[in-house]
Design a protein around this ligand. Sequence first.
Ligand SMILES: Cc1ncc(COP(=O)(O)O)c(C=O)c1O
Length: 291
Amino acid sequence: MEHHANIVPWHMLVAERGIVLRYIPITPDGQLDLSNLDALLTDAKVLSFTSMSNVLGTINPSKFLCAAAHRAGAIAIVDGCQSVPHMATDVQDMGADFLVFSSHKMCGPSGLGLLWGRQQLLDAMPPFMGGGNMIADVRLDGFTCAELPAKYEAGTPPITEAIGLGAAVAYLSKIGMNNIRAHEIDLATYTMNQLTQRFGQDIVIHGPTNIEVRGATHSFAFKDLHPHDVSQVLDQNNVCVRAGHHCAKPLMRLLGANATVRASFYLYNNHQDADALCDALEQASEFFSPS
Ligand SMILES: Cc1ncc(COP(=O)(O)O)c(C=O)c1O
């Protein structure tokens, strides 16, 4: 269920270093199938997983997965791009070794991503990029690295973006991440109920039905209509969704779809938005029905 961002770099390491990739399978309701996890992790060096799927909305059991990785002697890398904006994050409690997330998915500016890492690991690794700012000293015969975090921040940083993200974090923190999660649970419950009540078998919502293990991201197939056709009619009705493969082509293959329509809700959405989505879907149904 990973975004290409957590697949392609590993493929690149297969080519560069000959590492071996293994994948955790997915259950029919879009959760990780953990029945064979310990066997899959035998001799693994890294377990890298998303804490929340950007397609299915699935919230993965991050703490359990980090513990399983450590039992196997592997490190745990968490792709928090979807969970960090939508729920409280505690990297210590989770037991993550590394966690990444993006500014632009949490009301911040684009062009900025964040990596949190355990100090011991960050200290042990060599810098991945050289330049200004990341040095304590430079001589003709070599250089010494700056202390963390500057060691990994070569060059002039995205100053404007970092200040913008700081404002976004302050804004979200003031609202409260637990309040945002509670709001989205309410919204996802309402939306799932409305979609299934109004469209029955005409809609297939991918991912878990249990709201406890899903966010407010709804990917679906509607009738036999192409997702891009659906999204165009929704757009004409002022409902903005994304249609496409959502940078998760392996998952699309598993779903047997080229694409899905995805309606993603955040703190600024409400029940009226869910109603507008349903009304616009009725328009799409009418528009494409053979007369
Ligand atoms: C789960 C997940 N991981 C990774 C990414 C990639 O983030 P970025 O585009 O900031 O590299 C995204 C979104 O694009 C995502 O939803």
